[in-house]
Design a protein around this ligand. Structure first.
Ligand code: SF4
Length: 298
């Protein structure tokens, strides 16, 4: 490992903890982990001044395989933990790795607030359209008709459109990629990591153990890079138009699955707003804890 003092230049392998992932052979999450370490290396992220936060699920084991500071939190609560870290360390690179069920079901109430506040963090959802750690229950992104242990006769719920949601919530970077296209995924992760503000990436990451429909082969023949023609990334109306098509493939076998950056704008982050507020009211950055406790002592 080279020096970590000023100019960080580490190899992707230097971001690995040395603990081998216990994911099933062929899981899409291996590819996500590889792209993540390549991105950290390319973006010169200091593992000792950055953090990876997760919830619960197969994908949420990611912090264990990484050398960065890590917080493997509880189900649905990765974003509140990441929010606390962002408040205490507004300049720290924060990456949240999380599954679709954890993020949009149990933790669904936290997503709009993290997005609308424009915290400087990355939300990487490893979307396998199922709760896999708990042995295959339907998740909010499961397609209609999918047979799982909770939907043995086929899912009757429509899948969430998570791209539309994040656009509505005010995320300043919204993208989708596919774990079966590592080059595209790494490019998108690099863009998300370089973005100042809240960056959301939905990563289609197949679960070969339980989901026999949304497979690598299935997506490989259907994904289409929207950025070949969609280049005005600040055009929100166009982003919504493209986002409206993300689940069409589950009803129309000829429909494409759009991947790429739907939307990106630069706005003041929560950390910057907080700094400005503190400067305006003359607030101290730190307070003597005794001063606080004394207010409550009899
Ligand atoms: Fe990956 Fe599915 Fe195995 Fe979980 S159950 S590790 S998502 S292949």
């Amino acid at each position: 490992m080279t020096t970590l003092i000023n100019n960080i230049q580490l190899e992707p392998k230097d971001y690995r903890s040395g603990i081998e992932p216990t994911w099933c052979p062929g899981c899409g999450d291996f590819s996500v982990l590889n792209s993540l370490t390549q991105t950290m290396s390319a973006q010169h992220i200091d593992p000792f001044k950055s953090v990876v936060v997760s919830g619960i699920g197969c994908s949420s084991r990611t912090p264990l395989w990484m050398k960065n500071y890590g917080f493997h939190s509880v189900h649905g609560r990765a974003l509140p933990v990441a929010t606390g870290i962002a408040l205490a360390n507004p300049d720290m690179p924060i990456t949240v790795t999380i599954g679709d069920g954890d993020c949009f079901s149990i933790g669904g109430g936290h997503v709009p607030h993290a997005a609308r506040r424009n915290f400087n963090m990355r939300l990487f959802v490893m979307d396998n359209q199922a709760f896999s750690l708990t042995k295959n229950q339907a998740s909010p992104t499961s397609r209609e008709g999918l047979k799982t242990s909770t939907t043995p006769y086929g899912n009757i719920d429509a899948p969430m459109n998570v791209i539309e949601l994040l656009l509505s919530y005010g995320a300043t970077f919204v993208a989708q990629t596919f774990a079966g296209n590592p080059k595209h995924m790494t490019e998108i992760m690099n863009k998300a990591m370089a973005h100042k503000g809240f960056a959301f990436v939905n990563i289609l990451s197949p679960c070969p153990t339980f989901n026999k429909v949304d497979t690598f082969v299935y997506y490989r023949t259907r994904v289409q890079d929207i950025n070949e023609t969609h280049t005005d990334l600040s055009n929100k109306a166009k982003a919504f138009e493209l986002a409206a098509t993300v689940n069409d493939h589950s009803k129309d076998e000829n429909a494409k699955v759009p991947i790429g950056v739907f939307y990106q704008v630069q706005k003041e982050t929560y950390g910057e707003k907080l700094k400005a507020l503190k400067a305006r009211i003359g607030a101290k950055d730190t307070r003597d804890m005794n001063e606080i406790f004394n207010q409550y002592r009899p």
